[in-house]
Design a protein around this ligand. Sequence first.
Ligand code: 5AD
Ligand code: SF4
Length: 426
Amino acid sequence: MKYYIETYGCQMNVADSELVLSILNEAGYIQADSIDDADILLFNTCSVRDHAEQRVLGRISNERHRKKDKPHFKIVVLGCMAQRIGQRLINEDLGIDYTVGVDQYRALPHILARETGVALDFNSQELYEELLPVHQGSRCAYVTIMRGCNNFCSYCIVPHVRGRERSRPYLDILHDVQNAIGNGMMDITLLGQNVNSYHYRDIEFPQLLKRISQDVPDMLRLRFVTSHPKDLSDALVMEMADNPKLCEHIHLPLQSGNDEILHRMNRNYSYKHYLDRILALRSAIPDISLTTDLIAGFPGESEAQFEDTLAAMREIEYDYAFCFKYSSREGTEAAGFIEQLPEAIRLERLQRMIDLQREITLKKFREQIGKRVEVYVEDFSKKSKSMVSGKTRDYKIAVLSGDGSMIGKLKTAEVIDATAGTLICR
Ligand code: 5AD
Ligand code: SF4
């Protein structure tokens, strides 16, 4: 039997799909090159925003016609949406045959042996121990170090679907990284909802970074995502400054620049605290690039409070910001806040945020012109076979002229031009 998997949402889902590949391959299933070749179509879904859920439902409705020509064709929903509404999805006539929650992937082969099924587990401590994911990236690998989240930001569905935070054993992480390196993926990103609260036995996050760097000397670059501003310790800042494998980039979601909104988001920091962390990072690692997540139109957000976020964006000057329109998620605390803002206001604020960030990103990218940067060459450029592309240490996409022999290697190049998304180098 052949399967094909489509993944939606964040890098955690990409990494989870790689676990699913490992589980299915082990059970004798074969990964198909396209949906046309597949007998089983799996959707690994995201519930963070309503839009993400609607997109997958649209995809499923487009694909269910395949059952007419191929009566044995099966559709499986995995991930956060399965966890959130798995039973509902099966009950409705959507063409879905199985729903399997985020902690039940080991059960997939057993479930697929049945006609239809739902596998959900709501109190799991699952860490998929001793399972080696099949990394799909050609040159960069995402390695999960923890699952779940304890923070309960008031807008966020993640703790409700992914359960409590637990840290993956060190040896599992080490084997995963070594395996990726053995397959030529020299740029490693450690993944978790809140990586800086990693804690396994006596290993905390800064020690984890140090140990991996020491134990895997061939690794070229190490990154991590996502960090929570309230847990960003001085020890982590020092490790970032001292460890040459660690890249000069941090993704540090701010969400809002207004203290009252931050409080109602249950973020547990003030803007002043956040700024203090940014200053600590910038003074220890002068070239560090910063990216963030921001939410426009949180319930009750006034125009003045929204402008505090724009002011924070101007003050900090992120290299890039992922801007989101608030989306009410059933079951979260913020869904119960009375002052939900109209769609038009949320959209308008989102657009202003995006416009401002585009200007700042262009400025930050153009500031790189004339500098020499280290590029980890990952592939040919999409536009031309005589160009290659990759990422700089500070997580910017760079293109330069070159050939296939450069792929997988580090190249130092000069930035000669820049758009708000790409550095053009030579
Ligand atoms: N609405 C809009 N954005 C959200 N995020 C999480 N939940 C919501 C929501 N309900 C954003 C946050 C988070 C990122 C992964 O998604 O900015 O950091
Ligand atoms: Fe959601 Fe907050 Fe946890 Fe991130 S830290 S997953 S935003 S609850």
